[in-house]
Design a protein around this ligand. Sequence first.
Ligand code: FMN
Length: 217
Amino acid sequence: MSVLLHISASPRGLASHSRRVARQFIGHLQTMDAPALQIVERDLVAQPLPYPDCSFVDAMLTPEMQRTADQTQALALSERLIAELECADTLLIDTPMHNFTVPAALKAWIDHVVRIGRSFRSTREGKVGLLRDRPVFIVIACGGPVPEPPTATGQVDFLTPYLRYVLATIGLRNVSVLRLTGLSRGETALAQADADAAGWIEAATADWKRTTWSAAT
Ligand SMILES: Cc1cc2nc3c(=O)[nH]c(=O)nc-3n(C[C@H](O)[C@H](O)[C@H](O)COP(=O)(O)O)c2cc1C
């Protein structure tokens, strides 16, 4: 049994491109002759997470051995989300670009999961991730184009490097990203996005098969 944790962050439901492509990705995995795949769905829009509040911050900064029962309770959701991630063999995140970066719903998940002393520790040499690495697949949907290389007037993508950086902070470095751009720019851009998605799904699932199956044997 292999567990895939699927995080979704678009508020657009069935109209969402990132959700659609992630569903195609999962559909493709399920057609492969793989060990049984259990999908754990965490929809950050259907079930929004609270933002860190005062009690969360206070508890987070208190060493574990000194926490009161209330402080332990304040971190219970964070603990559950980290445990959910730890149990997953594969992570799939689909997300829109909102104002050049992650939507607030996804940022809330990150703030629960990326926690000092639990999923990373701080050392003189920098932050060290405490989670086991595993394949991570990310589908990003952007309404506008993202020029590569960046231009003086084109929009800058802070989302992709941010997600890579924050996931590496907790130890997840085996990350493959599909970034679909120009999705609100008409049929030609949409057709291009569909072609990019199909190619990525083919390559990424073949890669997943190689790493996941060889790890299981
Ligand atoms: C609040 C908000 C902010 C957005 N900011 C950007 C942006 O910075 N760059 C961009 O290319 N598209 C932006 N968009 C457009 C979305 O990225 C685009 O609609 C995308 O398709 C959303 O993903 P989805 O189809 O999975 O819902 C924004 C949309 C919303 C609602």
